[in-house]
Design a protein around this ligand. Structure first.
Ligand code: AP5
Ligand code: MG
Length: 193
């Protein structure tokens, strides 16, 4: 299965992808994790990307698309993938569709994780005291939320129109949210087979 997770920062994309990975045994592809890894290694991509990430801005599409394209060519992604934080712009969504059409493996499901803005902010601020993510500070969090509204939320209509979107209530405990995701995934799987 090919599943995309879309949701604002702090909505639980990473948390839920890890659970779904254990359930479906499909590899996880998080562009945020890949970019943070590149940044930690100090590669030229990482250095360039950090100028955007640290301010809560999107890394330019060509850089992200090259990175994802290379990853998708790896054999482990041949049969399925959980996309976390990608695509984030219409250009990325169209490029992904084209790449998947060439492989003959269209997207099965897009999960939109929703949570209130107060909850999103509270989660990221809680994380900021435990982990050192350069973008988990009040000013950058505000900007990330705005970028989501402006640049990523329009993708929801794109996928809704294609009939692959499922809206998931992301409030409650991680286990409660995961139960809702499982229901959506199982229902899609029963339609596919
Ligand atoms: P990215 O790494 O994707 O970050 P994000 O979208 O800002 O989202 P987060 O990772 O903060 O949140 P999440 O939804 O994964 O939630 P999580 O499970 O961690 O992107 C970072 C940056 O990289 C971007 O700003 C951009 O610059 C760049 N980038 C990445 N992809 C890009 C792309 N495609 N194009 C261009 N640029 C790109 O949960 C958050 C916290 O809450 C955790 O501490 C977790 O433990 C906790 N939590 C989770 N669920 C619950 C729950 N139900 N109850 C209580 N706490 C919970
Ligand atoms: Mg994440």
């Amino acid at each position: 299965m090919l599943i995309v997770f879309i949701g604002p920062p702090g909505s639980g994309k990473g948390t839920q992808c890890k659970r779904l990975l254990d359930y479906l045994h499909i590899p996880h592809l998080s562009t945020g994790d890949l970019l943070r890894e590149a940044k930690a290694k100090g590669t030229s991509l990482g250095q360039l990307a950090s100028q955007y990430m640290d301010q809560g801005r999107l890394v330019p599409d060509p850089l992200v698309l090259t990175m994802v394209g290379e990853k998708l060519n790896e054999p482990e992604f041949a049969d399925g993938c959980l996309f976390d934080g990608f695509p984030r712009t219409l250009q990325q969504a169209r490029a992904l569709d084209e790449a998947l059409a060439k492989r003959g493996t269209p997207l099965d499901l897009v999960l939109e994780l929703r949570a209130s803005e107060d909850e999103l902010i509270a989660r990221m601020l809680r994380r900021s005291s435990a982990e050192q993510r350069a973008d988990d500070n009040p000013q950058t969090i505000g900007h990330r939320l705005e970028v989501y509204r402006q640049q990523t939320a329009p993708l929801l209509d794109y996928y809704r129109f294609r009939g692959v979107l499922a809206v998931i209530d992301g409030m409650g405990t991680p286990d409660q949210v995961f139960q809702r995701i499982k229901t959506a995934v199982d229902s899609r799987r029963s339609k596919c087979h």
